[in-house]
Design a binder for this molecule. Structure first.
Ligand code: ADP
Ligand code: MG
Length: 246
């Protein structure tokens, strides 16, 4: 279980302070699929990056399975982070390594034996439908294929939680479906997933819970049915009416 308590993040630049998160409270139970939606600049990326402490919150707490992340000693934090996989908009693959070596990378760092790592990586490639691309380099893959490799890599350490930050936003439209398909299958496996997305159909059909953010705040949280069919907050209503008419 993940609990965010009064989480805040203020970025200080030389000219001004930007309040990216303004006191977020959220509880995510094991196995839940959270869709996070909202306009650009709402604080969605900051929120997911604070969950694994990729970004240090300036206030409040991230509590995972009862442990407050900001108070954990570094070694324990690193261990806990292995339970949290992250998938970014820009894939973040290692260009010098082929597909299978990208997936093996976190396993190598964790000291897994090479044969075991390779066997696991091949299994994961099968899961994302890329078993025939093990020796390709990232530059030889389409965006959709790269993102599927990134998902396989995130799964290598057998995480309990997956964080996605707009995983399909950098893709050509014809490749969005193949990535969403992999994500849909993962959602059925009992993983906890937190997905920042502009794919409203995905948020509506796959999420168990939807969060609408604006100005560093959670404006509204509810079931996909609540949010998409009967939004209460005027900001949610406006966002959805603009998004859904496109
Ligand atoms: P979203 O993902 O919803 O588009 P972000 O979390 O990226 O929103 O950003 C929230 C706010 O914080 C924005 O105003 C953005 O400009 C600001 N911000 C994000 N990252 C930084 C940073 N590293 N330094 C300064 N400001 C930032
Ligand atoms: Mg973002």
């Amino acid at each position: 279980m993940i609990e965010l308590k009064n989480l805040s993040k203020v970025y200080k630049t030389s000219e001004k302070e930007i309040v990216a998160l303004d006191g977020i409270n959220l509880t995510i139970q094991d196995g839940e699929i959270f869709g996070i939606i909202g306009l650009s600049g709402a604080g969605k990326s900051t929120l997911v990056r604070c969950i694994n402490l990729l970004e240090r919150p300036t206030g409040g707490e991230v509590i995972i399975d009862g442990k407050s992340l900001t108070e954990l000693p570094r070694r324990e934090l690193l261990k806990l982070r292995q339970q949290i996989g992250m998938i970014f908009q820009g894939f973040n693959l290692l260009e010098q390594r082929n597909v299978i070596k990208n997936i093996c990378f976190p396993l190598e760092l964790a000291g897994v034996k090479k044969e075991d790592a390779q066997a696991r990586a091949l299994e994961l490639l099968k899961l994302v439908g890329l078993e025939d691309r093990a020796s390709s380099y990232p530059s030889q893959l389409s965006g959709g294929q790269k993102q599927r490799v990134a998902i396989a890599r995130a799964l290598a350490m057998e995480p309990e939680v997956l964080l996605f930050d707009e995983p399909t936003s950098a893709l050509d439209p014809q490749m969005v479906g193949e990535v969403l398909e992999v994500m849909r299958n993962l959602a059925n496996e009992g993983l906890t997933m937190i997905v920042v997305t502009h794919e409203m159909a995905f948020a509506r059909d796959v999420s168990t819970n939807v969060v609408f953010m604006a100005d560093g705040l959670i404006c509204e949280e509810g079931s996909p049915k609540d949010i998409f069919e009967n939004p209460q907050n005027p900001k949610t209503q406006e966002f959805l009416s603009r998004f859904l008419e496109k």
